[in-house]
Every structure is written in structure tokens, then in C-alpha cells.
Design a protein around this ligand. Structure first.
Ligand code: HEC
Ligand code: HEC
Ligand code: HEC
Ligand code: HEC
Length: 207
């Protein structure tokens, strides 16, 4: 009697196991004879190299994570879309993309700038320009604290703006983002908003 029960138990365990393996499609290679005749699709799966789950699973998760954008990010990116038409390089830039994740678009920092974006001659400046002395006041309206280990801050200083020896001249964007243009075709005085005469050659210190 015992033996019969054990046999039934064993075979149900085997059946469950096989069903499980069947569902994951992983064990086909070792035990093809025990499975029903393969469809073309199943055959294709059998021909694939064995899965290396350890390496592949986390990667896949990460991809799915980055593909999933929050509603506030989608909204911010939509708001920045008219700007990307001309400022395509800001689509990948970290200060802009980091803030888009937080729901902040170009428009929050630079204004709607309708006249600027509709001016085909590119002579009208955006609504809000940020001269050096206004950068920190702008940033601290939202970021009151800077909770970062000193060593990291100093390392970043040495990496990004070693020439700036006077701490009072350092601004947030010296260390954050790649938000400055290296080449400009049009330039305004950021305070008076006046169009500046075209420069023959762009220099490193343009800002
Ligand atoms: C029709 C093209 C066009 C569109 C659309 C456009 N811009 Fe511009 N923008 C320019 C040009 C040209 C410059 C000058 C910089 C250069 O030479 O590349 C400029 C410069 C700027 C500057 C730099 C101003 C400074 O401080 O000197 C900001 C900020 C700016 N744009 C913001 C925006 C924002 C925000 C939007 C979307 C709401 C936008 N732009 C849409 C063409 C455009
Ligand atoms: C969190 C606020 C913020 C957001 C968001 C932001 N900017 Fe800016 N932007 C600034 C500040 C601050 C400066 C001045 C940076 C400097 O001089 O170092 C600036 C400067 C610029 C300049 C002029 C760079 C130069 O070399 O003079 C352009 C062009 C510009 N932004 C375009 C954009 C566009 C396009 C977007 C959206 C994709 C955007 N910005 C989003 C704050 C922002
Ligand atoms: C209107 C509010 C606002 C302003 C102005 C603002 N930020 Fe932010 N910032 C945010 C939000 C929201 C986030 C994303 C949420 C978070 O992590 O705090 C963020 C994130 C950041 C991050 C982390 C981004 C990342 O990729 O993890 C940095 C760095 C930063 N901001 C720097 C700046 C600097 C520099 C300025 C000035 C040029 C500035 N912020 C102006 C709201 C603002
Ligand atoms: C000398 C370089 C330097 C300057 C100047 C600087 N930061 Fe940072 N900041 C850093 C470093 C380094 C980090 C850490 C980044 C990381 O962990 O990858 C950081 C992180 C941040 C973060 C995200 C972490 C947090 O919790 O605070 C924000 C927001 C930020 N900075 C805003 C600002 C603002 C606003 C200013 C200007 C008032 C500023 N930073 C000036 C170097 C700097």
C-alpha cells in the first residue's frame, strides 16, 4: 500500500516538475523525448543557446525600468519638445534630463519663450536668461541643502573647474550638467537682453 502511494506521489511531483519546466521552456534540450511533438516555435526555442539567467535577468529589469517614464517626466518632456526642435543637443544633457525626471522642463527655468522660438531669424532672446550671478539664486529656490560628502565635492571641483580658485566665483553649473554651449551662432547680453554682434571665433569662456 505504502509503495503505491509513494509511486503516485512521485509521479505527481514529476508531472508538476515537467509542467513547470515546460512553462519556462528551459529544459527542452535535455529531455526532448518526454515532451509532446514540438511546434515550429517550440523547436526554435530548443535551438537557442542555454539561458544564462544570472547575467541577463538584472539587465533586462534595468531596461524595463528606464523604458518606464513617470507621468511628470512625460509631461516635462512634452513641454520641452518645442525647444528640442532647435536645441536638439539638450535632449541628452544631464541637467535638463535630470530635471525632466523631476517634472521640471526647459520652460520652468527659461519661460515659455514663444517669441524666441517663433523667430526664424533667431534674434529674439528667450524669456529668461541666467547670468552667472543669478545661477545660484535660481537653483536654491528648489535646492536648499547640499548633502554630499566633502571629498566628492572637492574631487568634482578639481575635475571640472580647477582654474576657479576663488570659491565665490564658482556656480552650481560649474559642477552640474553640460549645460553650456561651446559654439554659438547668436548671442545676447544675458542682463540687458541686447543682441551682441556676431563673434568671428567662439572662445572657451563663452557662457
Ligand atoms: C527656432 C529655433 C529655436 C527654438 C525653437 C528655440 N530656440 Fe532657444 N535658441 C535658439 C538659438 C539660435 C539660440 C542662440 C544660441 C546658439 O547660437 O546656438 C538660442 C538660445 C537659447 C538660450 C540661451 C540664451 C542665453 O542665455 O544666451 C536659451 C536659454 C534658450 N535658447 C531657450 C530656449 C527654450 C526654453 C526653448 C523652448 C521653449 C527654445 N530655446 C526654443 C534657437 C531656438
Ligand atoms: C533647472 C533649471 C534649468 C532647466 C530645466 C534648463 N535650463 Fe537652460 N540654463 C539654466 C541655467 C542656470 C543656465 C546658465 C548656465 C551657465 O551659464 O552655466 C542655462 C543656460 C542655458 C543655455 C545657454 C547656455 C550658454 O552657453 O549660454 C541654453 C541654450 C539653455 N539653457 C537651454 C535649455 C534648454 C533647451 C532646456 C530644456 C531642454 C533647458 N535649458 C533647461 C537653467 C536651466
Ligand atoms: C523649480 C525647482 C528646481 C530648480 C529651480 C532647480 N531644480 Fe534641480 N531638481 C529639481 C527637482 C524636482 C529634481 C528631481 C528630484 C530630486 O531628485 O530632487 C532636481 C534634481 C536635481 C539634481 C539631481 C539630478 C539627477 O540627475 O539626479 C541636481 C544635480 C540638480 N537638480 C541641480 C540643480 C541646479 C544646478 C539648479 C540650478 C541651475 C537646479 N537644480 C534648479 C528641482 C529644481
Ligand atoms: C564644487 C562642485 C559642486 C558645486 C559648486 C555644486 N555641487 Fe552639487 N553636487 C556636487 C557633487 C560632487 C554631488 C554628488 C553627485 C553624485 O553623487 O554623483 C552633488 C550633488 C548635488 C545634488 C544631488 C544630491 C543632494 O542631495 O543634494 C543637488 C540637488 C545639487 N548637487 C545641487 C547643487 C546646487 C543647487 C549647487 C549650487 C548652489 C551645487 N550643487 C553646487 C558638486 C558640486
Amino acid at each position: 500500500m505504502r509503495k503505491v502511494y509513494l509511486g503516485i506521489l512521485l509521479s505527481s511531483v514529476m508531472a508538476l516538475l515537467m509542467a513547470g519546466l515546460h512553462a519556462t521552456g528551459m529544459a527542452y534540450q535535455g529531455i526532448p523525448d518526454l515532451l509532446p511533438t514540438a511546434t515550429a516555435q517550440e523547436q526554435e526555442k530548443r535551438d537557442l543557446p542555454p539561458l544564462i539567467l544570472d547575467d541577463e535577468a538584472p539587465l533586462l529589469l534595468e531596461d524595463q525600468e528606464t523604458a518606464k517614464k513617470s507621468d511628470q517626466e512625460i509631461k516635462a518632456l512634452a513641454e520641452s519638445q518645442p525647444c528640442f526642435v532647435c536645441h536638439v543637443n539638450y535632449q541628452e544633457e544631464v541637467l535638463a534630463s535630470g530635471h525632466a525626471k523631476g517634472g521640471i522642463s526647459c520652460v520652468q527655468c527659461h519661460g515659455d519663450s514663444f517669441a524666441h522660438r517663433n523667430d526664424e531669424n533667431n534674434t529674439t532672446p528667450p524669456d529668461i536668461m541666467v547670468p552667472a550671478e543669478d545661477i545660484e539664486p535660481l537653483c536654491v529656490t528648489c535646492h536648499m541643502m547640499h548633502d554630499v560628502p566633502a571629498a566628492k565635492v572637492i574631487a568634482r571641483w578639481q575635475e571640472r573647474c580647477p582654474d576657479k580658485q576663488d570659491p565665490l566665483t564658482i556656480v552650481c553649473t560649474d559642477c552640474h550638467g553640460q549645460h553650456r554651449l561651446t559654439v554659438r551662432t547668436v548671442q545676447w547680453n544675458k542682463k540687458t537682453r541686447q543682441l551682441l554682434p556676431a563673434k568671428p571665433k567662439p572662445t572657451e569662456t563663452d557662457s
